[in-house]
Structure formats: C-alpha cells, structure tokens
Design a protein around this ligand. Sequence first.
Ligand code: ADP
Ligand code: MG
Length: 297
Amino acid sequence: ATPTAVMVGTGVGASQGVLIKGGQALESAHKVDCIVFDKTGTLTVGKPVIVRTELLTKMVLQEFYELVAAAEVNSEHPLAKAVVEYAKRFRDEENPSWPEARDFVSITGHGVKASVHNKEIIVGNKSLFADHNIAIPDDAEYILAEAEKMAQTGIVVSINGKVAGVLAVSDPLKPGAQEVISILKSMKIKSIMVTGDNFGTASSIAREVGIENVIAEAKPDQKAEKVKDLQASGYTVAMVGDGINDSPALVAADVGMAIGAGTDIAIEAADIVLMKSNLEDVITAIDLSRKTFSRIR
Ligand code: ADP
Ligand code: MG
C-alpha cells in the first residue's frame, strides 16, 4: 500500500474508535489467522459482581468485608474492584475509607496480601494458597467447584493463615461476544482463550462464547509463551487483552490489541487500541487492514 493509503486507513480507524499506532500494525493485521483472547475484561464485561459469600469462621459479614476491602482497595484488578464495591453495603457512608493496609503485595494473576488491623489477609485463587501452604478445607473446595460449574470465579480469603471465607464472582460475557467468535471462524481465523483464571471457570465461559481452545491458570509470561508457540507453528497471531498481565503477550504478538477501558500498561504495550472496548472492533481492525493491503501488492 502507498503511504497515503496507510494514512487513510489509519484515519478511518481513528474515526471509528480503532487507534492504530503506525503503518506496521495496520499491515500486520491483514495476515492474522489466529487470535488469542484474554478472558476477564476482554471477552467478559470485566465488571464482576459478588454473587455469594460463605463465611467459614465465626465473624460478622461487616467485619469480614472490612478486612477484605482494606486489602483489595490497593489493587487495580477488576475482581478487587468488585469486592470493594460489594463491601460498601456494610458501611454507612457512600465512599467509606478503609482501615490502613500495611505490607500490601499484589501477586499478579493470583491475588493480594496485606496486613490489616495486625491480621494477615490473603485474597485470591487456590494456587495462591498452595504457594502459602494454607490448606483449603473441603467445604471451601465444594463451594469453589459449584462456582466454577456456573462460570463464576471463586475467591478464597484467609485471615492469619486460616481460610475464613469464600466468595463467588460473576462476570458475564460482553454482548455480541459469541457472534464475534463465530464471524472470526467464518473468516478462517482461529480463536483461543488464555486466562489466569482456573480451568473450570475458564472452560465454562469458553463453552458459552464458542471457543474450543482454552489455556487456564496462565501467568503473564505464559500468555506470551503461548503467543510465541503459535507463531512458531506458523500462525500470524493477534492478542487481545486489557490487563497488566496481558502486556508481555501484547508485545509478543504480531498485532497486540488493547481494550480501551483496560489498564494503561496494556494500552501502551499494544499496537492497536479498541477505544470503544467492544469486541466487534477486532473485526473492524482486520477488515480495515485487509482493505488497505489487499489491493496493492
Ligand atoms: P485474567 O487473565 O482472566 O484477566 P488474571 O490473570 O488477572 O485473570 O487473574 C487470574 C486469577 O487470579 C483471577 O481469576 C483470580 O482468581 C485471581 N486474582 C488475581 N487478582 C486478584 C485480586 N486482586 N483479588 C482476588 N483474586 C485475584
Ligand atoms: Mg483481563
């Protein structure tokens, strides 16, 4: 394509909310034959809501949620935001201040840790508790398994090294997500889901959206590894993601596409930004590239 055609293509993209960072990104997009999708915030709305709380210790909900929110308020993760939002209902104020959290640590793809009121609080997925040698009791395992079957994500909370509660979070698919995946199929583009979430929840969501290929419990570097593996098998790979944890994969991909509502780090790492945060624009970007680059060879 001529420089003028590329400029026109980039301009048309911008006018439709598809921000293309340079001619190379626009060019690469027409060769894409495989797309790796992140789950949370990419295929799903990314505004998860707490749908169940089970306390496994003698404690009132207000006290429990105060500790959990104080730890999670320091995290940018959508699940953390869901917890803090839910915790507000146990407070009188609209915008409550939470107790101070000391020694806050965010463990990417797993959860958070902090000390609140001199209690050690850990909030996250099962593997985080395995890493800390904290046993998950059978009743907690049962609640987690139930959640996964319903495509919900289970969150475990421990206080001073003992599991104190389990939360279930629901994060529905974005409207039109199924249609996008089926259109991509008709365009002979393979779709894969790569997520840090557990396999049970991930496969329930994948089944709903129509993706057959699922990689779960993937750490950020493993998301990038998957992209590189696919490239090594001959695919031209696009990665679509919204989180810090997606940035290495966004960089590794032939075309990194960030969800506009995503974190700044993902947006910086990407070649294309989908400003409207909808999945249809993955197709808009590829179409635009095909139109720009198929005429002139
Ligand atoms: P995804 O790839 O779907 O965007 P992440 O890699 O960000 O997911 O997170 C993987 C899993 O780690 C989540 O599904 C959740 O179980 C757990 N997790 C991560 N961050 C948090 C947090 N702040 N609070 C609770 N759980 C978390
Ligand atoms: Mg995400």
